[in-house]
Design a binder for this molecule. Sequence first.
Ligand SMILES: C[S@@+](CC[C@H](N)C(=O)[O-])C[C@H]1O[C@@H](n2cnc3c(N)ncnc32)[C@H](O)[C@@H]1O
Length: 214
Amino acid sequence: MVKSAIGLPPLPGQNGPPTGTRRTPKVSWFALSITVSAKAAYKLLEIQDKDRVFRPGMTVVDLGSAPGSWSQVASKLVGPAGQVIASDILPMDALPGVRFIQGDFREEAVLAELLAATGGRSIDLLISDMAPNISGTMAADVPRAMHLCDLALDMAGQVLKPGGVFVVKVFQGEGFEAFRQDIQQRFGTLKSRKPAASRPRSRELYLVAKDFKG
Ligand SMILES: C[S@@+](CC[C@H](N)C(=O)[O-])C[C@H]1O[C@@H](n2cnc3c(N)ncnc32)[C@H](O)[C@@H]1O
C-alpha cells in the first residue's frame, strides 16, 4: 500500500478506493488544500515516501513542470522557508511559492534564465519530469527524451550543492544505460523507481540520485 507521509490516500487497487481502474483523473487533495493531477502527484509522492528527497526549507528546481502537480507537491513539502523554481515549454498557472519560467529547456536562453533565477544559490534538489510529445515511434521518441535527460543532468551538475539530489524521468531504450552510468559517477547513491502510478508497460522510470559529489 502506498501511504504518503503527508496524507495522500492510497492508489486505487492498493487497498484504496475500489474504483476498478488505475486511471485517476483529478482529485481534490483535501489534506493539502490543493488540486493536482493525481497520477503525476502520486508518482512524486511515492518517490518521497521511499527516498525522502524533500525537506522543509529546500530550494528546488522543477523541470517540465506543467500543468503543475509536482510543483504543488514540492511547494507544500519545502514549506514557506523553501523555494520552488519551475519551468516548462508550456504555460502554467501561477502557484503560491513557485516561480515559473516558460521556455524550451533545449534553448541556452532558458537555461540562463533559470540559472539567474537561482540567484547563484546552490540548489538542494532538481526534479525533472520532462518528456517530449510521444510520436509512438521509439526510434525517434527515446533519443528526444534522452536529450532532455542529458540537459537536465547538465543543469544538475551546474546548480546542485554537494550532497544535492537529482530525480529524473527516463525512458528505457538506447542511451539509457550510458545515462545511468553517467549519473552513478557523479552521485553517491542511485536508485531506480517505477511508481505504481506509472503504466506497467510504459518504458518510463525514475532515477533518484543522492549525494551529488560536486
Ligand atoms: C509529464 S509532463 C510533466 C507533468 C508535471 N511534472 C506535473 O506534475 O504536472 C512533461 C512535461 O515536459 C514538458 N516538456 C517537454 N519538452 C520540453 C522542453 N523542451 N522544454 C521544457 N519542457 C518540456 C512538457 O511540456 C510537459 O509539460
